[in-house]
Design a protein around this ligand. Structure first.
Ligand code: PEP
Length: 250
């Protein structure tokens, strides 16, 4: 298997108080015993918590935002631009999360533009793709994921800074994890897409991570699969179990 460095993202979503995130950093993240040379860990708190976490998080960890604006800085009330993330020293941003797609109506085209803006500024992106339950039942998973990838094909010039997260919508926050067979099948198809649309070397070097109800119980059986290079963890990243996940995976 090619040497792709393991990467684990923690998507805290719109959760936490100043007190609870401080405690999470001090009791769960900072004490984790992992070799950061083997494993890259990206913590994504909500925007306003980013500076607070940045102040207290061990520098072995990396920080990410959960979104960025479709626009640059300016008269865009309520928005946070990629430029602002860069200014704050936040190297990563999650884009295309299913909650952004489905609750906030972000289309493939909107996500493609955000990916383009973030990429152009040198931010590293975790780009989420994945089918919903109807699409899986209809047997169109590969088609849906390919369509989502087609949309970002021309948004990026540098794939070194890209991680693709396969997150089946039916598995996010539901306690239903994709089986290892289901996950490997889609991860394999994502790598094939990268190979035929971007290039073979890029396909070998790009991390493809799985997200959807990952826990300390199921991470091991997923991680052994050829095309799974880590995880994007939601619910479990807010719990002491996240330390266990990091230590099991490392
Ligand atoms: C996510 O939101 O990216 C996610 C994978 O959530 P959960 O782990 O809670 O399913």
């Amino acid at each position: 298997q090619p040497m792709r460095k393991l990467i684990i993202g923690a998507n805290w979503k719109s959760n936490g108080t100043i007190q609870s995130i401080r405690s999470l950093v001090q009791t769960v993240l900072n004490p984790a015993i992992i070799d950061y040379k083997n494993t890259e860990v990206v913590i994504a708190p909500m925007y306003i918590h980013l500076p607070i976490v940045k102040d207290i998080l061990k520098s072995d960890f990396h920080l990410g935002a959960q979104n960025c604006s479709l626009t640059g800085p300016g008269a865009y009330t309520g928005e946070v631009a990629a430029e602002h993330l860069k200014d704050l020293g936040i190297p990563w941003v999650i884009l295309g999360h299913s909650e952004r797609r489905h609750i906030y109506g972000e289309s493939d085209a909107v996500i493609a533009e955000k990916v383009k803006r973030a990429g152009a500024l040198g931010l590293k992106t975790i780009i989420c793709v994945g089918e919903n339950l109807d699409e899986r039942v209809a047997g169109t998973t590969t088609e849906v994921v390919s369509r989502q990838l087609d949309a970002i094909k021309y948004s990026l010039s540098d794939w070194n800074n890209v991680v693709i997260a396969y997150e089946p919508v039916w598995a996010i926050g539901t306690g239903k994890t994709a089986t290892p067979e289901q996950a490997q099948e889609v991860h394999g198809s994502i790598r094939l897409w990268i190979g035929s649309n971007i290039g073979r070397l890029v396909a070998n070097s790009t991390r493809v991570i799985y997200g959807g109800s990952v826990t300390d119980e199921n991470c091991k059986e997923l991680l052994v699969l050829d095309d799974i290079d880590g995880f994007l963890v939601g619910g479990a990243s807010l719990k002491p179990a996240f330390k266990t996940i990091l230590e099991i995976c490392d």
